[in-house]
Ligand binder design. Sequence first.
Ligand code: GRF
Length: 209
Amino acid sequence: MYKIGVLVSGGGTNLQAIIDAIENGKIKNGEIATVVSNKADAYALKRAQNHQIEGVCISPKDFNTKEEFTDSLINHFEERKVELIVLAGYLLVLDKKFVKHFENRIMNIHPSLIPSFCGDGYYGLKVHQAALDRGVKITGATVHFVDEGTDTGPIILQKAVNVKAEDTPQTLQKRVMEEAEWEIYPKAIRLFCEDKLIVKDNKVIILSD
Ligand code: GRF
């Protein structure tokens, strides 16, 4: 059984999709050991609590240096024997030391088809606004492993979503979540927990499912 640690900052709908996939047996070999937010009032912490999962706030504000904050995060996950870190709407950039410590064991979801509309400054509604400004007909979501860059790590799964002429950033964000994010994030976690993901030359090989 893999122990999963989830990092959040906000509403936590992806966290909810993962909790649901574990509770309904779609993810069999994984359990969430802890949910960590950098914001004490993140609704995602309440979602954890509702499912009897530990939810704690670890904020850089409570530490003198960034290094102390990073060490505290690493220790928190190590104490709970966490093997997979899942970023679910986590708005802080993780320090290199953290990324190296959990190399190829940190996943993120980005609400576009990487390499479109990703990298520094592309978060939240800005991603969808950029897709609409460019006039793309298809967008989607991408689950990837986290490396030291922003949205540059090995891609695990992607799913496309059609853009409609009448879309606003808000309607597009909602459809990308409903049609892509909540489906591919639990699936990527399931594949990891079944030892079906192999990283080679910055690419992910998925063993037959
Ligand atoms: C999602 O759009 C995800 O793609 C991005 O942050 C958002 C988090 O939403 N990384 P939620 O907190 O899971 O509802």
